[in-house]
Ligand binder design. Structure first.
Ligand SMILES: Nc1ncnc2c1ncn2[C@@H]1O[C@H](COP(=O)(O)OP(=O)(O)OP(=O)(O)O)[C@@H](O)[C@H]1O
Length: 454
């Protein structure tokens, strides 16, 4: 634009100078004054020409430089974003980017205890799951260090965190941006649809697929527990946090509750967090939690995959018509002792006639080892993989006298509509003191019950 203006001004000036020469020639004839004016005019015209030539050359060079810088900058940006991806550095997204990606947070794909999850597509075409974290009270620094820890974890059976968006003001939500996993979570593939509660998608995973999922999840947890710089406890292992990719391979998600612990620390004390039905007994005891608490939750998930039912469910007593809580691990324990494991397998799988009783027994035994009441009796996840992949023989687990039936699982208000799953967040950790008048608070007033056959 500037160049065009300068060129027009130069052309007008040259034209004006030529007009001046012609006018001088007409009025002054070939006098001395005419030659003087003509000389000055011609010098000015030459000066304007020179100016135009120099200016155009300068502009051309400048434009060349600019375009070189732009393309170099673009290359640098591409390289930087590539390196970020390789290094797993999370991207900081603007709220507008996420609004655009999710079409204004329109396509809700799930809702959990800590927020809602929306499907989205980023500018580069990659599909993402955007989790809006609601009611989060963490400070910005704590949030960022958690994001960095999650993003630094890279394993094919762990969901990838692409980035995050910080809260712009105190009451605005934060977002986590994950890779999108197409087949949603394991729960809709192992639990049959209930009554009139409709859900979209899902079906019945075959035995082989379930067995493969068991191995995938074990590998993800073994990596978190044993192969990361700091040991990472998941603390909320449950079917809703196990996603299935296009080939029905498991991808573990939701490190929202994860705890990083130093390698030399074997146990940590923390507030009770996690989900009812999957919490290990030690959450309520004073000796703290460890990676073995994840092993316990994993064992419960194994049993749920085998049985196609929740570990705790309400069933109707025929005689009275009343509902009572049924604890599936107790039933499994009994059937295992009676050598009748096929009776506890998901009926839909039994009908396919594709079951190998020996493999079922192996998975049941591994699950029962994982839910041993004493954490030291449970295998670690590396041992679980060895057992599942057949490199280590699986012995029959001991018959526990007492299992603390997940103290947080039973709740008198539960009408069963939650399917036995409820999130427990930040319940202050119980300080169990051996005092004479000590009573368990109402949240855990229920059951310590025998698991051995009655
Ligand atoms: N990366 C993802 N790709 C595809 N679907 C996802 C992804 N992450 C979550 N979802 C879907 O969103 C649902 C809710 O996820 P979210 O992690 O918020 O909830 P949750 O695990 O059920 O609850 P909580 O946060 O209380 O543990 C999941 O069950 C799953 O169906």
């Amino acid at each position: 634009m500037e160049d065009k203006k300068a060129n027009i001004i130069a052309a007008i000036s040259i034209l004006a100078l030529v007009v001046v020469i012609i006018a001088a020639r007409v009025s002054l004839k070939l006098s001395k004054t005419f030659y003087l004016i003509a000389g000055v005019d011609i010098s000015l015209i030459l000066a304007v020409f020179c100016f135009l030539i120099i200016r155009n050359r300068y502009n051309r060079e400048r434009n060349l430089l600019v375009s070189r810088f732009v393309s170099e900058g673009r290359e640098l940006r591409t390289e930087y974003s590539f390196l970020r991806k390789v290094a797993g550095v999370p991207t900081k997204f603007k709220l507008e980017d996420l609004e655009e990606a999710t079409d204004g947070f329109r396509s809700l794909i799930g809702k959990g205890g800590s927020g809602s999850v929306f499907k989205g597509v980023l500018k580069d075409g990659s599909q993402v799951a955007v989790k809006r974290i609601e009611g989060e009270e963490k400070g910005e620094r704590e949030f960022r260090s958690e994001v960095a820890a999650i993003a630094s974890v890279q394993h094919k059976n762990l969901v990838r965190l692409y980035g995050y968006s910080s809260a712009v003001s105190a009451n605005r939500p934060r977002f986590l941006v994950y890779e999108y996993i197409v087949n949603s979570s394991l729960d809709i593939w192992i639990f049959p649809e209930k009554g009139n509660r409709r859900r979209s998608g899902g079906g019945c995973l075959s035995w082989n697929q379930r067995y493969q999922v068991a191995i995938d999840v074990a590998k993800a947890l073994a990596y978190l527990h044993h192969d990361c710089r700091s040991k990472i406890l998941h603390l909320d292992v449950k079917p809703e946090n196990i996603l299935l990719d296009g080939s029905y391979r498991a991808v573990v998600t939701d490190f929202g509750l994860s705890k990083l612990i130093a390698r030399d620390e074997s146990k940590v004390l923390t507030d009770i967090r996690g989900t009812r039905g999957y919490l290990a007994p030690e959450w309520l005891l004073e000796h703290g939690i460890s990676e073995k608490s994840d092993v316990y939750s994993y064992g419960i998930v194994l049993l749920e995959m085998i049985g196609g039912r929740r570990s705790i469910s309400r069933v109707e007593v025929k005689e009275t018509g009343k509902k009572k809580l049924e604890y599936f691990p107790r039933i499994v324990n009994q059937k295992m002792r009676e050598r009748k494991v096929m009776e506890i397998v998901d009926q839909r799988l039994v009908e396919t006639n594709e079951l190998d009783e020996e493999e079922v027994m192996k998975l049941v035994c591994v699950a029962m080892w994982c839910i041993q009441e004493k954490s030291r009796n449970r295998p670690d996840m590396v041992m679980v993989i060895e057992m599942l992949e057949g490199r280590v023989m699986v012995n029959e687990p001991p018959d526990s006298d007492v299992v603390v039936v997940d103290l947080l699982a039973a709740d008198d208000d539960d009408d069963g509509s939650s399917g036995g799953v409820r999130r427990v967040i930040n319940v202050p950790r119980l300080q169990i003191q051996r005092e004479r008048n000590f009573r368990l608070p109402s949240i855990c007033s229920s059951i310590i019950s025998p698991i051995s056959p009655r």
